[in-house]
Design a protein around this ligand. Structure first.
Ligand code: FES
Ligand code: FE2
Length: 393
């Protein structure tokens, strides 16, 4: 027999830490607050350094808190980040998503900036501003920017933020040994999904949904050791999942991965979930990075990057691309299934659908089908938002 309206609305029979209110995924006010309290003060991955290989290369990035940014490599090879907002009258400075710009010139009145953020030209400055306003008063707004953890470009909008190393803590320790060599980006695509950004991070924080993936069911779940993988929670909402060996040869039509990763056992796999919405995923021969840019309570842009080693031969790179695309490419065996799952959640959990609770109640000694990874995330959510995720009003 199904449940009545009252029964449906009643909190699940778990400790309150083991479920969240569904309105976390639909409420406009909560979403706005999340941008300010979760994203604005956090260190966020904007891109990889290999996307800016030469001096004056730049790339645009919309920060999850909403701020348009330019990441640009200077004449001194240093990567810096600036607002893509003209200090004159607020126009967009650069329009093309990426390129090479010795001077960044705003099209509106031709104010011009160098790659260190200095204003180098104000058109007809003396006539209009006399001695009252000079180039030195018109620098771009610079944002904290660090290259770290595999050569990624991290940004933080808060001038008084804690250092990146402090934000990450020990969460990247399991991956550090495998990121000693320079990496290079070979794949980028993004998915525009009608779902809440947290639901994507949730799929990266639990493996119970391996039931969704045919490929994972037969390469992973049946193998000895699968249920030994453990979640480890770290301060600031980060979590890691330990390694297992994937036996790709168990999948008909597949084969052992020929190209490995320095130091990683054949078929090895490590995952690090970083609050509030980034994931490192090193699997056998490829590093995959997910980053989320939330657009509305029910809309997110998820960026997917695939990386190999900078020193790859053409053959090695081709193999990595193949390994990546067959699993994680837009038409691979795995990724679209995850996207399908969160799209379904996004459809069922919209304003007015009367979805009430999301249960995160599995306890299996923090092993692979335990939902402790999500509980750890929402504990940090509650800390940052100043109220529990099970009672956000
Ligand atoms: S708004 Fe950029 S130069 Fe005027
Ligand atoms: Fe998945």
């Amino acid at each position: 027999m199904g449940r009545t309206a009252a029964e449906w609305s009643a909190p699940p029979k778990f400790p309150a830490t083991h479920y969240v209110d569904s309105r976390l995924y639909t409420d406009e006010a909560i979403f706005k607050e999340e941008k300010e309290k979760l994203f604005r003060p956090s260190w966020i991955i904007a891109c990889h350094e290999s996307e800016l290989p030469e001096a004056f290369d730049y790339r645009l990035f919309t920060h999850p808190a909403g701020v348009p940014l330019i990441m640009v490599r200077g004449d001194d090879a240093r990567v810096r980040a600036f607002y893509n907002i003209c200090p004159h009258r607020g126009n967009t400075i650069l329009h093309d998503p990426s390129g090479n710009a010795k001077r960044m010139t705003c099209i509106f009145h031709q104010w011009s900036f160098d790659t260190r953020g200095n204003c180098v030209e104000i058109s007809r400055a003396e006539q209009g501003y006399q001695e009252r306003f000079r180039k030195e008063d018109a620098s771009m707004r610079e944002v904290k920017c660090e290259l770290a953890y595999g050569g990624f470009v991290w940004v933080n909008l808060a001038d008084d933020c804690a250092p990146l190393r402090e934000f990450i803590g020990g969460a990247m320790d399991i991956l550090d040994p495998y990121m000693q060599e320079p990496m290079e980006l070979f794949h980028y695509h993004r998915a525009h999904v009608r779902t809440n950004f947290k639901l994507w991070h949730d799929t990266n924080s639990e493996f119970y949904h391996d039931f969704l993936h045919y490929f994972n069911r037969i390469t992973g779940m049946l193998q000895p050791g699968y249920f030994d993988r453990r979640y480890t929670g770290f301060p600031n909402g980060h979590a890691t999942v330990g390694s297992m060996q994937i036996q790709y040869d168990k999948y008909e039509g597949s084969k052992e991965r020929a190209v490995g990763w320095p130091g990683l056992a054949p078929g090895g796999w490590y995952m690090v979930d970083l609050f509030p919405g980034m994931t490192y995923n090193l699997r056998t021969s490829v590093m995959r990075i997910d980053t989320s840019i939330p657009l509305s309570p029910n809309e997110v842009l998820i960026e997917f990057r695939g990386l190999g080693l900078k020193r790859d031969t053409a053959e090695e790179r081709a193999q990595r691309v193949f390994d990546h695309n067959t699993i994680w490419g837009p038409f691979g065996r795995n990724l679209h299934e995850d996207l399908l799952a969160v799209t379904g959640q996004g459809r069922a959990m919209r304003e007015g659908t009367d979805s009430r609770w999301v249960i995160q109640g599995r306890e299996e000694n923090s092993t692979i089908h335990d939902e402790v990874g999500m509980r750890h995330y929402y504990a940090e959510w509650s800390r940052r938002m100043g109220r529990p995720a099970y009672a956000p009003y």
